[in-house]
Design a protein around this ligand. Structure first.
Ligand code: GDP
Ligand code: IMO
Ligand code: MG
Length: 423
């Protein structure tokens, strides 16, 4: 058996959580391999809506094991809140959620450092989620991080040393803070973490593969937020791309199977950074309103624009996507015409390959297609698709060079159309 990987292909919030939930019945194990509580993955079914941050989106399917992998970061305080919310709504997680001993901890001072670095950047700020992601990964890479496995070995001393180091940095930046209350909820969170099995996840995955178990790796963020290939420096601090699943779970590249690429029928972005197809006009507002494009956790309005096929082709290439999944098609249901950016104009040159840097001088070159002006939200099969929608799909498939396997026509689990059933 191989590990299938599901990834966001844009700037996050593509609808990954919904699709993992839809696909999870086909798998034995669902695993997160990077990121942390900067993620907000929304699932809707049976009239209920859930937002997951650190916990994999397979958690609502009975009998599935969910793993927080070594490449992920975990904030115990936020994890406790997430666990309590799920358990409060009747979803028992004990024995179904494992945490890698090699996953890194986000300390309360990482959150403070995140805020301090952002304040220092002023107008140049990244617009992070404020969850301490950057500082936690910085400590990992600089070999100063604390891991879940450290909880059992002189943890208090390691924690105090790390906090002392962070406090020196905070003082240097003249950043005012109150650590005591943050620490209290953090240590309460540690007790919640200790309720779960902390595993040697690398061995766990190798054994699972040897036993022919089916594994789905759930990406967080999106390819355009990848630390190496995204719109640097306006990116997150982990490898969100397919290769991240290998380092973030400890599985070899030869064990990667299908790569599911998830994208919205248009484009959104939260936080700062370039966004060539952004619409700051009434059309952008219409996308925001119809798509309810406000952060699932932070409530921040998401920036909206037309689909960017230059960036999408790049993401597909970097990730080695084998099947595409188009989300939120229904949001375009009322549009007379729909635009798709097929190339960029940079200094009077037409560019089809994603450039080193995208900035204000990049002008999108659009193709305009007819809208379908039909409510798609109740459709059950592709036979019902309007002609113009089929034309939009064919145009995208031809431009991107891959088939679109799933079309999502609403937030609910049921509003999902699988086009040819060989999943
Ligand atoms: P993720 O971070 O990739 O899991 O995506 P988010 O959950 O942050 O954002 C996607 C939002 O779109 C959520 O509110 C979903 O409930 C919603 N959603 C997902 N698919 C569809 C769809 O096909 N149509 C509509 N209208 N909403 C969708
Ligand atoms: P999901 O998994 C959308 C963005 C932030 C910011 C940048 C860096 O729900 O798709 P960070 O806190 O990671 O240091 O912020 O990345 N960002 C996301 N945008 N969806 C996400 O996750 C994101 N996680 C981080 O807005 O621009
Ligand atoms: Mg999200």
């Amino acid at each position: 058996m191989k590990v299938d990987v599901l990834l966001g292909l844009q700037w996050g919030d593509e609808g990954k959580g919904k699709i993992v939930d839809v696909l999870a019945p086909n798998y034995d194990i669902v695993a997160r391999f990077q990121g942390g509580p900067n993620a907000g993955h929304t699932l809707e079914f049976e009239g209920q809506k859930y937002v997951l941050r650190s916990i994999p989106s397979g958690v609502f399917q009975d009998g599935k094991i969910n793993v927080i992998g070594n490449g992920a970061t975990l904030d115990p305080a936020l994890f406790k809140a997430e666990v309590e919310a799920l358990e409060g709504s009747g979803h028992c997680l004990t024995d179904r959620l494992y945490i890698s001993k090699k996953a890194h901890l986000i300390l309360p001072t990482h959150r403070l450092l995140d805020a301090a670095y952002e304040a220092q950047k002023g107008n140049e700020k990244i617009g992070t989620t404020g969850k301490g992601i950057g500082p936690a990964y910085t400590d990992k890479v600089s070999r100063n991080g604390l891991r879940i496995g450290d909880l059992d070995h002189q943890f208090e001393e390691k924690y105090r040393n790390a906090v002392a180091r962070h406090e020196t940095l905070l003082r240097q930046m003249n950043f005012e803070y109150d650590l005591a209350s943050l620490e209290k909820e953090w240590f309460e969170g540690i007790e919640t973490v200790k309720r779960f099995q902390r595993i040697d996840s690398d061995h766990f995955f190798h054994k699972a593969l040897a036993e022919n178990k089916k594994i789905l790796a759930e990406g967080a963020q999106g390819t355009m937020l990848d630390i190496d290939f995204g719109s640097y420096p306006f990116v997150t601090s982990s490898n969100t791309i397919c290769a991240g699943a290998c380092t973030g779970l400890g599985v070899p590249p030869s064990k990667i199977g299908e790569v599911f690429g998830v994208f919205k029928a248009y484009c959104t972005r939260v936080g700062s950074g370039p966004f060539p197809t952004e619409l700051s006009d009434a059309t952008g507002q219409l996308l925001r309103d119809r798509g309810r494009e406000y952060g699932s956790v932070t409530g921040r309005p998401r920036r909206c624009g037309w689909i960017d096929l230059v960036a999408l082709r790049y993401a597909i290439q970097i990730d080695g996507v084998t099947q595409l999944m188009m989300m939120k098609s229904d949001i375009l249901d009322t549009f007379d015409t729909i635009k798709a950016c097929v190339a960029y104009e940079i200094e009077e040159q037409e560019i089809e390959d994603f450039p080193f840097e995208i900035n204000e001088s990049v002008k999108p070159i659009y193709v305009e297609l007819d809208g379908w002006k039909t409510d798609m939200t109740k459709m059950q099969s592709e036979e019902e698709f309007p002609e113009e929608f089929n034309a939009y799909l064919s145009f995208l498939e031809e431009n991107l060079g891959i088939n679109i396997k799933i079309v999502s026509v609403g937030p609910d689990r049921e509003q999902t159309i699988i086009r040819y059933n060989n999943l």
